[in-house]
Design a protein around this ligand. Structure first.
Ligand code: COA
Length: 184
């Protein structure tokens, strides 16, 4: 029998979209995350990385830029048979490296997996401290205002604090509040 190859993280390509959809939507069926359509995945493809083992995609995550000082770890999922092998942590590490490359000092996640994200260095913050833009997905969530996800943040202290611009009001008069300074 051949040994299982080491997990490898790489940016996603169009070829990965069916596997990404399968992994995310298998967890979505259990109410653990939001369903993603092929259309959404193709649109956000440049945000995604996948984990490959023996040329099989077994996990994925996305880093979505929210603001000058905030990016969100989204769509993190590992195929059940591969849980507990450090793949989730490797995917979060990819997201952290990507945030550092983009010079974004804070990462956030809305999650049910508090213990896992604590292992990755995230801390729980009040949901109200996150900017409204973060809640754009809520319109697609069946739970809507009964949201029971936990908001968590990781600060990359080695990056400089930048003066994040305030949002100017949109033509509809809606402005986007920026993340308040949180004790970290
Ligand atoms: C959360 C998830 C991505 C973790 O992936 P994973 O590959 O099993 O996690 P890892 O093996 O990298 O675990 C890293 C650490 O977290 C711990 N951990 C993982 N899941 C945990 C859990 N549910 N509760 C407590 N600790 C957990 C591991 O024991 C490990 O600890 P260690 O570093 O001390 O050894 C995976 O369980 C998953 O796909 N869940 C369903 C989808 C989901 O909820 N995604 C999050 C959406 S924000």
């Amino acid at each position: 029998m051949t040994a299982t190859a080491a997990p490898m993280i790489r940016p996603a390509t169009v070829h990965d979209v069916p596997s990404i959809a399968l992994i995310i939507n298998s967890h979505a069926e259990l109410g653990r995350m939001l369903f993603k359509s092929y259309a959404q995945l193709y649109e956000d493809l440049r945000d995604f990385a996948v984990c490959e083992v023996d040329q099989q995609v077994v996990g994925c995550t996305a880093l979505s830029v929210i603001w000058a000082d905030l990016a969100e770890v989204r769509s993190l999922a590992v195929e059940k048979a591969f849980h507990g092998r450090g793949i989730g942590k490797m995917l979060v590490r990819w997201a952290i490296d990507e945030a550092r490359r983009l010079q974004i000092r804070r990462l956030m996640s809305l999650t049910y997996e508090q213990a896992f994200f604590e292992k990755c260095g995230f801390v729980v913050v009040p949901k109200e401290s996150l900017p409204l833009k973060v809640w754009s997905d809520c319109v697609r969530c069946p739970k809507q205002d009964k949201c029971d996800e936990i908001a968590m943040v990781l600060t990359l202290h080695d990056l400089p604090i930048i003066e994040a611009p305030n949002a100017t009001p949109t033509p509809r008069g809606v402005s986007i509040p920026v993340l308040e300074e949180i004790e970290d």
